[in-house]
Design a protein around this ligand. Sequence first.
Ligand SMILES: [Zn+2]
Ligand SMILES: [Zn+2]
Length: 483
Amino acid sequence: MKIRRRSGGNEGLIFGHALALLVGALANSAHGQSLVGSAKAAPFQLFAPKVASRSDDRFLYVESNGMPSHPMMIGITAWQQQVPLLQRYVGANAWQIPLNPTPAASPRTIKNQFLRGAIALAVNGIPIFNPQNNRGEVSADIGELDQWGGHCGRADDYHYHAAPLHLQSVVGPAMPIAFALDGYPILGLCEPDGSAPMGLDAFNGHHSNAAGYHYHASQKYPFVNGGFHGEVIEREGQVDPQPRANPVRPSLQALRGAKITGFEAVSETAWKLSYELSGERRAVSYSQAPDGSASFEFQNGRQGVVKEVYAASRGGVPPNGVDRPPAARNGNTGPRRNPDPENGPRKPWIQVHGAELDANNDSVISSAEFDGEAKRTFAGYDQNKDGRLSRDEYSGPGSVRSPMGGFVKEHPDKLDSDHDGAISEAEFLREVRRMFDKLDFNRDGNLSAAEWRDLPAGVPAPQDGPPPGQSQRGPQKGPQKTR
Ligand SMILES: [Zn+2]
Ligand SMILES: [Zn+2]
């Protein structure tokens, strides 16, 4: 297994984008905006000024704050306590839609892949994620989605996991409701003349003389593009490049039994989400300042009121020297930290075992060192050397002496992602790599001392939402609680 590296890390990525934008801007000033670009921009322009777009020779760049104009979250019964916060999908962090999609030599399905990040962008500037959440479940089937087909991810970023069919009435039958990230449009349920689409391929797509290749939305799986007819670049399980979300607070855990009953935009920067829990009416009132910092007031019924304030995320900066997250509160009275079985109650796992993983003692844990340990661990359990770990091989009293030995024994079901009763080396390495990506805040393929040795406690476990690596945790002020 090899982790693709990007030289220069995050800064290089952003600088590269800035350069591309600059070159694009120059090209535009010289030749004017391309016709293709303006045609693709038309549906987005219906949502101006909330949604803005510009183009160069290659891409339409779409900017938004990640907030649709419709209410959100109402009807969700499987809720991870996230609420919609403003995102900064602007500048070098804008969405990119290829202007001239290229049919792929080997088209890729989205089934069980591309589970991280967006696969499409709705014309109201809201990303559309894989209909499967990043645990592989179809979000629409398990109460995770509101009546608009969306919910919030770990970074409090709102996104859809189904087709935003409500946009059909805004854009009309002739315009797409979204674009897949390969650049092909996604029309609504009908053709522009109102007829039903005929001869759809496995990805919900087909050709027409008028529109060329395009996808259609559907009311059942895959809801949107079931794959990519066009070329896309996959990097770490998602289409690349794509914007990052800006989390301001740690991710939270599911609040069992809660049902979201209301959502109200009090102003452009203040909102109130209402829900019911155990027959009690509760609410989260929150607002965001221009600098991105957020203030929350949790109205927890008989349990009283809890207030929290979070500083704005400064994307890409490792959480070095930040305040420790507060201890978990008791009971389902409000947001609680996500318990991380890997990390244990005190020190993050990586902090405890980092020195063992840093084989050459240079204070940096490279992806090669991480992978090497994973392979040694796997080989240690694989007694009969068939490349698969059966239950007999890992469930005995002993454990392979490795910092990763416990993962196999404690989470075999999670590791066996295809549920065939054995853990393949690929399954194990994939999960280990997800963990590495989660820890590698600046995505340079190395865990610096700041990323492992000096890490604060309470790093949250992966949840649905912006995948590890895509989501950046910035320094944050620990919540200031006033009861
Ligand atoms: Zn069609
Ligand atoms: Zn999601």
